[in-house]
Design a protein around this ligand. Structure first.
Ligand SMILES: C[S@@+](CC[C@H](N)C(=O)[O-])C[C@H]1O[C@@H](n2cnc3c(N)ncnc32)[C@H](O)[C@@H]1O
Ligand SMILES: [Zn+2]
Length: 294
């Protein structure tokens, strides 16, 4: 069982499964902490650890439409090159764990799980936990990959993991609560971050906003992470050019740039096929390495 902790405010004790007599059992009766707080597994297969006070968020999680658009988009396979590279990086041995042990992997803002499963299923099927705020996304994720642990929680609040208990924290276009990441990360462990690169969908953004902005985010992220003792090990770009049909173009915009206004959306809808750039930046951090200036 993935080591998750109680999310009741001020508690944070480890969660374990018990039967009616208080003996350890499978998780069908729910999870308990030693203070008696109890969590049920949703029918769809995820654990709801979301507390009422944590529901509100500046980022309330993706809308159902955006989640569905992302699933359709990822299943078209245009991001396979990125999946392969991230899988390679995520599979590199980490000095915090023995070479034979997979270590615990937590993904923050895991979405509907297509990426998660493609990257982590073969290496560590029962050592992965996806954290997500959209129920719709978790339902899809848990249906596709039931052996993983899926948690409904707000990744911008306290993460439901013990201090120094996690060997890999991953954010693929997801959340990056750097102070909490530093707290839960084991010594010598790794953080892998993927964010859209400056050229990502630039052709569409130019079309939608008339002037597409090329903004690189990696330095600001590296600076934030350095503040909490996470040193940048590597930074690389992934870039791929692809010819997209109208439906794919619409999904690409719907899943990523939520601020696109209706009038801008209409400009995209007028497009037929288009040649589009996909671009991501891949950052790898560790807790032990020397923190360089960026
Ligand atoms: C751009 S999507 C990326 C999803 C997935 N990692 C992928 O690459 O397909 C960002 C995800 O973060 C989730 N999210 C947003 N705010 C969140 C929060 N505070 N806590 C947890 N998840 C959050 C959204 O619901 C969405 O699924
Ligand atoms: Zn508790």
């Amino acid at each position: 069982m993935f080591p998750i902790c109680c999310s009741v405010r001020g508690c944070g004790l480890p969660l374990a499964s018990r039967d009616a007599e208080g003996q350890s059992s499978d998780a069908s009766g729910g999870l308990f902490c030693d203070r008696g707080h109890h969590f049920e597994q949703a029918k769809a297969g995820y654990w709801s650890l979301l507390q009422p006070q944590d529901k509100k968020s500046a980022q309330a999680g993706d809308s159902d439409d955006a989640v569905e658009a992302r699933r359709r988009w990822l299943q078209r396979g245009h991001m396979q090159g990125l999946v392969d590279r991230v899988r390679e990086l995520a599979g590199q041995p980490c000095s915090a764990i023995g070479a034979q042990q997979p270590g615990w992997t937590v993904e923050l803002g895991c979405g509907e799980g297509t990426f998660s499963q493609a990257i982590f299923e073969s290496a560590a099927p029962d050592h992965y936990c996806g954290v997500e705020l959209s129920k719709k996304a978790l339902r899809l994720a848990a249906r596709s990959w039931p052996a993983a642990t899926w948690v409904l929680a707000n990744a911008d609040r306290r993460l439901p993991f013990a201090d120094r208990s996690i060997q890999h924290v991953v954010s693929l276009f997801g959340r990056r609560p750097y102070q909490e990441i530093a707290r839960v990360l084991a010594d010598d462990a790794r953080v892998l971050v993927v964010v859209p690169g400056p050229e990502d969908l630039i052709e569409l953004r130019q079309q939608a906003q008339e002037v597409g902005q090329r903004k690189s985010r990696w330095q600001a992220i590296a600076e934030q992470f350095a503040e909490v003792g996470l040193g940048l090990l590597s930074h690389e770009q992934w870039k791929h050019s692809v010819s997209l049909q109208r439906e794919a173009l619409q999904d690409a915009m719907a899943m990523t740039y939520r601020a696109v206004r209706r009038s801008q959306q209409q400009r995209i809808e007028q497009l037929g096929n288009a040649e589009v750039t996909l671009n991501a930046e891949i950052l790898l951090f560790d807790k032990a390495s020397h923190v360089p200036t960026v």
